[in-house]
Design a protein around this ligand. Structure first.
Ligand code: COA
Length: 335
């Protein structure tokens, strides 16, 4: 295996999650747009998604981290850094990480937001890993959180059926056993994909105005077909590449944990990797695409379900707006 020169690894030592109570099922969409349950399930794999009715993304992230802290018995004062992966920050500034830091009473932590759309969690995981490997931090919280319902146009049937709200967090800590924890990652960006998946207004280029609102430019815009094609290729290519980098075959992998955007993209990635479908984590039917939260939500649910064992090779893989994409190879470190 091609390993970086390091004196310690970053290990996921705990997980936590939060999804809001309110459920929007496919039947609901039949009542607001021209669609049907069968089409949505067949084309995407989604049956329902969760919606946060009150508050912003910081609420989702805070509750997920509270679950993480409680389940790991961690004192918030011991947290050194908080990285919030999101494209739906409560506001442009202050960063959602600041709001979360205050909410959980992590008085000794610094933090920042990271914007990489659906790849946000694996980009943030790599950032947190670097903080641990370099010796700068001992406990880093990485949370993927998105209130996608705040930027979805519920009149656009191509897009609105896909997304939901949620958050999930992991705790990263160092280990001197270099054979567990984050082993390798490959991360990519290609800004030439900027036009097919984006929110057109609300930034410094087109600040909010009557015109941007009239033109519905504060919502997710996507050319679904182009994104689909790029995602199938990008996610599968990088997943195969990381297997080569880590010297793994499909049989060595305990679980593929893919970003949950569309079941057909996930199936195509697993096929290219030569992985048995039972070895792929799936919860898209319950939550839809929660953007930065999909991968840690899968990690949390499958771990709590007793599926991961210490020493398991796990591949995370994502593709999203930007374009951004990548894969991470980790060896599960919790008993
Ligand atoms: N219900 C019913 N029909 C719908 C529909 C809906 N909710 N949404 C689109 N359609 C229609 C289209 O209008 C099109 O009709 P037409 O042929 O008369 O124009 C038809 O279904 C097929 O559309 P198409 O775009 O070919 O469907 P698809 O198989 O590509 O599925 C997506 C559409 C959006 C589900 C799919 O392209 C996708 O998942 N893309 C990736 C999106 C994504 O993951 N984005 C997040 C970042 S990773």
């Amino acid at each position: 295996m091609q390993k970086r020169n390091k004196f310690r690894t970053a290990v996921i030592t705990g997980v936590g999650m939060y999804v809001p109570e309110k459920v929007l099922d496919n039947k609901y969409f039949e009542s607001i747009i021209d669609t049907n349950d069968e089409w949505i399930r067949a084309r995407t794999g989604i049956k329902e998604r969760r919606i946060l009715e009150e508050g912003g993304t910081s609420i989702l992230a805070t509750k997920a981290i509270e679950d993480l802290l409680e389940s790991t018995n961690t004192d918030p004062l011991d947290i050194d850094a908080i990285i919030v992966a999101t494209v739906t920050p409560d506001m442009l500034f202050p960063a959602t990480a600041c709001l979360v830091q205050d909410n959980i009473g992590a008085k000794n932590a610094w933090g920042y937001d990271l914007s990489a759309a659906c790849s946000g969690f694996i980009f943030a995981l790599q950032s947190g890993t670097s903080l641990i490997e370099s010796g700068q931090c001992e406990k880093v919280v990485v949370v993927g959180a998105d209130k996608m319902s705040s930027i979805i146009d519920y009149t656009d049937r191509n897009t609105c059926i896909l997304f939901g709200d949620g958050a999930s967090a992991v705790l990263l800590e160092p280990s001197n056993d270099l054979d567990i924890g984050i082993q390798n990652s490959i991360l990519r960006t290609d800004g030439s994909g900027r036009d097919v998946l984006r929110m057109k207004a609300g930034g410094s280029l087109h600040p909010a105005s009557h015109e941007t609102i009239d033109n519905r430019e504060h919502f997710v815009y996507q050319d679904g077909k182009s994104v689909f094609k790029a995602a199938v290729k990008g996610m599968a290519d990088v997943a195969v590449e990381i297997m080569e980098k880590s010297g793994l075959t499909g049989e060595d992998i305990a679980y593929l944990v893919p970003h949950q955007a569309n079941l057909r993209i996930i199936d195509a990635t697993a096929r290219r990797m030569g992985i048995n479908p039972e070895r792929v984590t799936i919860n898209i039917e319950k939550y839809g695409n929660t953007t930065a939260a999909t991968i840690p939500l899968c990690l949390t649910e499958y771990y709590r379900d007793g599926k991961f064992k210490k020493g398991d090779n796990i591949i995370l893989s994502a593709f999203g707006g930007g374009f951004t994409w990548g894969a991470v190879h980790l060896v599960w470190g919790i008993e």
